[in-house]
Design a protein around this ligand. Structure first.
Ligand code: GLN
Length: 244
């Protein structure tokens, strides 16, 4: 299953966020350490979202991250205080295309899903029925993750982010058998994440915080997040609570 990462802190180049550390997100694309049976490598594209004074900007590519020189030549020259990024391993039967690569953005939020909704699309039909048709028609790709994003956007209209994510996880768990739902949502100042059958780690240095599927380096302050947790972080502030 895919790997994802969120960073908040002093301005850094987006390229550096993707490639920093001996187990960087880029390294995790070809040599991930903790996939928990969900695939082997993450070669089906990648994406990065970063915040600017005007909102969220993003770059996505359906090619493996290691094959794209723009990681250095373009993203290396863009600085931001907040980044959400992902490398993708497409679930069997789901297309490999740019629009299926996380993060999914909407001007305010950036969202990534590491996992799979078993029984998709039927398992999401009831939840999708609550979403206005116009929003459904804007579905970016025929994948479980893109559908989760449309449903989450709808929930974010009624609930604050933590409640929206908890609702999403609980509703999907009621219709899909043992879904794998490591979700990551950011608004540029706070990161929200869930663990459900996949790995996650947090590093808080006081002035910056990183949430990543796997520790990016051997810093002993990485905290491994247990399964079925809700994570809410800002620099200097890490809250980890039970998901259920
Ligand atoms: N199921 C999602 C997709 O196909 C996420 C894949 C993953 O986490 N490996 O895009």
């Amino acid at each position: 299953m895919c790997r994802h990462l969120g960073y908040l802190g002093p301005a850094r180049s987006v390229g550096d966020v993707l490639t920093g550390g001996p187990n960087s997100l880029r390294v995790q694309s070809w040599a991930p350490k903790d996939m928990r049976g969900g695939g082997t490598i993450n070669a089906d594209g990648f994406g990065a979202a970063w915040w600017t004074p005007d909102g969220v900007a993003d770059y996505r590519n359906a090619m493996p991250i290691w094959s794209d020189p723009a990681v250095e030549t373009v993203l290396g020259g863009i600085e931001s205080t907040a980044v959400v990024a992902a490398v993708r391993s497409a679930t069997v039967g789901m297309p490999v295309e740019r629009s299926a690569c996380a993060p999914f953005t909407d001007g305010t939020w950036a969202f990534s899903h590491n996992g799979v909704v078993f029984g998709w699309p039927d398992a999401l039909a009831d939840l999708a029925a609550d979403v206005p048709p116009t929003a459904l028609l804007r579905l970016q790709a025929p994948t479980d993750s893109a559908a989760l994003w449309v449903i989450l956007q709808h929930l974010l209209r009624d609930f604050e982010p933590e409640k929206a994510l908890r609702e999403l996880v609980s509703r999907v768990r009621s219709t899909s058998p043992n879904p794998r739902l490591n979700l990551l949502l950011g608004d540029g100042t706070t990161l929200y994440a869930t663990t459900l059958y996949h790995s996650l780690a947090v590093l808080d240095t006081g002035d910056s915080v990183t949430v990543a599927s796997e520790p990016l380096d051997d810093n002993s302050r990485w905290r491994l997040v247990d399964d079925k947790k809700f994570v809410r972080v800002r620099p200097g502030r890490v809250d980890i609570t039970d998901l259920e």
